[in-house]
Design a protein. Structure first.
Lengths: 307, 87
């Protein structure tokens, strides 16, 4: 504010000043029903799960308070540790998915004939229900299933292990099914991102003598870096907390517990063994990890929108 | 300028990915048109005598239409409620 000018305090100034000082409350009234619904559907279950993690037993029978004993026991359980290890192994599918989707999107960006139809074909698996996909692949991947039968006919019998029944191949097989489904989503996202790029940058690079490979590596990919990061974080969250369908339908936990993941461990303890306390404990841990990833996702999405 | 070799290689990769993406769907359609015995005889072959018996069983003997109706109800209701609350 500049030099103080002596102005008469008119009624208008006082009235508007007074209105500005008192906070308007009626907008909160409009938002209240939505907040109430969210609180009921989001907050209440989370609070209950955290509560249950400090008890043993299941709601319905008497639940006994055990403090942090659930957390200690879960961390010491080898099945739990193996489940976490499987989740980490499945995370290795994310770079494969991203690289493959990027490669395909760059190929399509080169202006191949029929690229729209191809994009639709590769996107089709993504919209199929996971249970149906799991069932189909359980037929394809059986020891005497379709893929092994084909490999035998071609003469590559040595490359035909028991995909779902051997502890060595079961997690990579589940990873393969996940990649099969998620690849289409990646291709669609990256194709859209590449199409939105300004053509002048690529033209200028070509005029400067860039080869196709240089163009892709040094010009196109850095420009869509935000979208790529967004995809990576989204797939990491998917592989962490949305693979129960595949594990349950394909292997039911695998030979023994070989393909158990954290979600499966939660389900097994909560619904099969009736120890809701233990299940809630792992659920809280999964919530923590997923929360970190979702926080990263929101930061990355803001940057991707401006990429 | 793209060399012809690399264009062909790119096309081959795309065709391979298309086949891999579509084959499981085709396998399901193919198996749906076989009876159990024919499937056991030849899991991968084309259905020599396609039959609609499975389709008939699913539509009339099993509670699948009820399940489809349930899915529709859940989907419409959840999308409507989620959109309304989000707005």
């Amino acid at each position: 504010m500049g030099q103080r000018i002596a102005l008469p305090r008119t009624r208008a100034l006082t009235a508007s000043g007074a209105r500005r000082r008192r906070r308007a409350l009626w907008p909160y009234g409009f938002v209240a029903p939505a907040i109430a619904v969210l609180a009921l559907v989001f907050v209440y279950p989370i609070v209950q799960v955290v509560r249950y993690s400090f008890y043993a037993g299941s709601p319905g029978e008497a639940m006994t308070y055990v403090g942090l004993a659930n957390y200690r026991n879960v961390v010491a359980d080898p099945v739990f540790r193996h489940s976490v290890l499987n989740n980490v192994k499945l995370l290795a599918t994310v770079p494969v998915m991203t690289a493959l989707a990027l490669a395909v999107a760059l190929l399509l960006n080169g202006g191949i004939k029929g690229w729209r139809q191809f994009r639709a074909i590769v996107f089709l698996p993504y919209i199929l229900p996971a249970a149906a996909v799991g069932l189909t692949f359980s037929y394809l991947l059986q020891r005497n299933g379709v893929i092994n039968a084909f490999l035998h006919d071609v003469g590559l019998a040595s490359l035909a292990p028991d995909w779902l029944g051997s502890t060595r191949w079961v997690v990579p097989s589940i990873g393969g099914v996940i990649i099969w489904q998620q690849l289409g989503f990646g291709v669609v996202v990256f194709t859209a991102a590449l199409l939105a790029l300004p053509g002048e940058v690529s033209e200028a690079a070509r005029l400067d003598g860039a080869t196709s490979w240089q163009l892709q590596r040094l010009i196109l990919i850095p420009q869509i870096r935000g979208i790529v990061e967004f995809f990576v974080v989204l797939e990491a969250i998917t592989v962490l907390s949305q693979v129960f369908n595949y594990v349950y339908v394909l292997t039911g936990g695998g030979p023994g517990n070989a393909s158990s993941v954290m979600e499966f461990y939660i389900w097994k303890n909560g619904f099969s063994l009736g120890s809701v306390g233990v299940a809630s404990t792992v659920a809280v841990m999964l919530l923590g990890v997923a929360g970190v990833l979702i926080f990263v996702y929101m930061r990355v999405r803001a940057r991707a929108a401006s990429a | 300028m793209r060399r012809r070799g690399s264009v062909a290689a790119g096309q081959a990769v795309l065709v391979a990915i298309a086949v891999v993406s579509l084959y499981p769907v085709w396998f399901v359609v193919q198996t749906a048109l076989k009876t159990n015995q024919r499937y056991t005889l030849s899991p991968t072959g084309l259905p020599t005598q396609p039959t609609l018996e499975n389709l008939r069983q699913v539509l009339f003997d099993l509670p699948v239409p009820r399940g489809a109706l349930n899915s529709a109800i859940v989907t419409v209701a959840s999308v409507a409620i989620a959109t309304a609350v989000a707005m």
